[in-house]
Design a protein around this ligand. Structure first.
Ligand code: SF4
Ligand code: FES
Length: 360
């Protein structure tokens, strides 16, 4: 069994934004069930003891937790690299100073689109101006600004404008992540999925932009797996290199896994991280290759993609043991190809923003 090098700490599911592509579960964990500070501090120590070197503080909106500076300070004293993932809402100059003093290494700011009106429509909240201010504060504090934009049918056509905007805000890295249809995003799949034509144009534009921008800003492209023929090695394999702790303390192989109702995930409230990592039935459920059904069991790619994404298999087939339906060899591949065909037939016009299904 390998050891994890990255921990995603979901400090809270509370969030001021209501993005329709949210990959957090449909049923969010409640505030009164969130882990208290002392348990998070223990989790950080146990993670470092397990070999974790990277900490991603996320949510929801992690800035809603008043103890975040304490957690950053402890993580840094344990030698962890600390990345804070935020919508930027609540990031004042004073808060940023405290985060910097605590030792945060990097901030990743999300953005929804290149223009305020579309950006705010997607976020379900007037967030654009505050994001612009947050970006300026981060740069003024001398911290690297990483940005993340989730791509979908409404914003994928403005790739160039998004890249130019992030450059003008001083970003050193921009992740362009095509939507993954987990959690809440699945409810909006038909409104979010880009057409084949849009995707082709965006891929060409991405290649041009990458050449043009060179080293000014690192550009990352996260593939749209509904248009792929082979699955991604999701999370680098189930319980192989990283782990997630949910706001209430559940230890998960990935943020989406709590949706898998057939599995019971142990909590850091009851057991140490190390014992959960090595002994938990849920984390062991899809390690290695013995659990695989055909066609994965006899496929040469099984050591590269680990049979794809367990959460996607569960969400689409109701059984996490199935081959990821993204794979062209999966007996359930039509669940993907039919959804893609439906979207490409229906989405003749992408002019007007669709009515998303928002949380709440
Ligand atoms: Fe991957 Fe399984 Fe498809 Fe082979 S059959 S490519 S191992 S998902
Ligand atoms: Fe959970 Fe892919 S998102 S295994």
């Amino acid at each position: 069994m390998s050891l994890p090098y990255a921990l995603t700490a979901e400090l809270t599911h509370r969030c001021p934004l209501r993005c329709p592509y949210c990959s957090n579960p449909r049923e969010l964990e409640r505030r009164d069930n969130e882990l208290p500070t002392d348990v998070w501090l223990r989790v950080l120590e146990e993670a470092a003891g397990l070999g974790v070197v990277q900490l991603h503080l996320t949510g929801g909106e992690p800035l809603l937790r008043a103890d975040i500076e304490l957690l950053i300070e402890r993580a840094r004293s344990l030698g962890l690299f600390v990345n804070l993932i935020t919508s930027g809402i609540g990031l004042t100059e004073a808060r940023l100073r405290r985060l910097a003093e605590a030792g945060v290494d990097s901030l990743q700011l999300s953005l929804q689109a290149a223009t305020p009106s579309l950006s705010d429509h997607i976020a379900g909240f007037q967030a654009f101006d505050r994001k612009r201010q947050a970006a300026a504060l981060i740069r003024a504090a001398g911290l690297p600004l990483n940005m993340n934009v989730v791509l979908h049918r409404q914003n994928i056509g403005e790739l160039e404008a998004i890249v130019e905007l992030c450059l003008s805000w001083g970003a050193s890295r921009l992740e362009l992540a095509n939507t993954q249809y987990y959690g809440w995003a699945l409810a909006n799949r038909e409104s979010l999925m880009p057409t084949k034509e849009q995707l082709k144009a965006a891929e060409a534009s991405f290649d041009d932009l990458k050449k043009r921008i060179g080293k000014q800003m690192e550009l990352i492209w996260v593939i749209p797996d509904y248009y792929a023929e082979l699955p991604k090695p999701c999370m680098g394999g189930w319980g192989r290199i990283s782990l997630t702790v949910s706001p209430s303390g559940k230890v998960l192989p990935c943020p989406a896994a709590s949706s898998i109702k057939a599995l019971t995930f142990n909590s850091v409230r009851d057991r140490s991280l190390a014992s959960i990592w090595s002994e938990s039935v849920a984390l062991n459920a899809f390690r290695g290759t013995d659990w695989m059904p055909e066609p994965c069991r006899s496929c040469d790619r099984r050591f590269e993609d680990f049979g794809g994404c367990r959460c996607q298999a569960y969400l689409l087939t109701g059984d996490a043991r199935q081959t990821d339906p993204v794979c062209r060899q999966s007996p359930h591949h039509s669940l993907i190809s039919d959804a893609v065909a439906r979207v490409n037939e229906a989405a003749t016009s992408v002019e007007a923003p669709p009515s998303y299904v928002y949380r709440g």
